[in-house]
Write a protein that binds this ligand. Sequence first.
Ligand SMILES: Cc1ncc(COP(=O)(O)O)c(C=O)c1O
Length: 373
Amino acid sequence: MVYVTEKREYNDAYPDKTLYIPGPTEVREDVIDAMCEPMFGHRMDRMTDLYTTIVEDTKAFLGTDNDVIILTGSGTEFWEASTLNLVDENILVATCGSFSERHANVAERLGKNVDTLEYEWGQAVKPEDIREALETSDTHYDVVAVVKNESSTGVRNPIEEIGDVVADYPDTYFVVDAVSSLGGDYVDIDEHNIDVLFASSQKAFAMPPGLAICTVSEDAYERELEKNEASWYGGFQRCLDYYDRKGQTHSTPAIPIMLAYRKQMKYMLEEGHEARNQRHREMAEYTREWARDHFDMFPEEGYESQTVSCIENTQGIDVAATIEVVSEEYDMVFSNGYGSQLGEKTFRIGHMGEHDVESIKTLTDAIEDVADL
Ligand SMILES: Cc1ncc(COP(=O)(O)O)c(C=O)c1O
């Protein structure tokens, strides 16, 4: 075995950095503090109070009648679980960047027959292509999977219209990866036939990482019951029935993160989903305008994300060096482009969670200073 990573020692003296990466993002101080409680048991009444509070508050925030699961793990868990719970044989995954490609890869690893509808990175998934694929293919797809916000390219896919298309195929379930936008980009889940939609706590919910949030339609729940095999850990039935019977989770959850979740979800309810959506829209509009003044936007026009701007490096700045100097001198961190393909060709600004236009402006001012724009 060749070890490529030398052992390093975590220490107690890292400077605080303000995060403008596509998650984790900034978490309010009192939400961090909420985690510092003496431990309690996951079968105590206190846990029932905590879990039922966060589940019901999340339903209220999202405005959905679908069931909600909050599971210890990250969003990745629901790529796996939704595939295991809903797909017997065939799944159609629309790919338009790294994360949607990974969704397809997860389904392949689970032994499913995966067809992909492939788009060039930066392009958005089109509802008419989904219709054509469903209409013309001889394959019956148990699931159509689409990423709402492709974090690698900053594309926001029109999942509402895609959901309306999939609604015409009642035996096909619609699964949406909303990991990097839920909470910062409003979607009417029930209106658009979204059977399963999932997200991670560390993105636009502005909570610490460690919890995955998933909404499940009644049809998707019933579908899992018909199947011989399903996920154990992320089984809709196991998670939801346990909640119905006991108001708790089937196994020991990350209790401190749920305490943070409870605190932050109260703030989110207070602000309201529409107002939160509006604040994110303003941040996205400001960032796009700034990007177009100095560079260009990478995504296809009209499909730019509301939570992550992917900016095309038309000036050929040294992206890695700029990130480093902004971090060293301004204690703010933004992201390079995704992977080797987009690493220096683009850079990304996460404008999600607790940020506002003013805080995004402090970052763009710093980038202007450092890159001499
Ligand atoms: C669109 C998208 N899907 C899935 C994931 C995986 O989420 P997690 O790292 O929380 O498992 C990410 C992570 O950044 C993402 O951006």
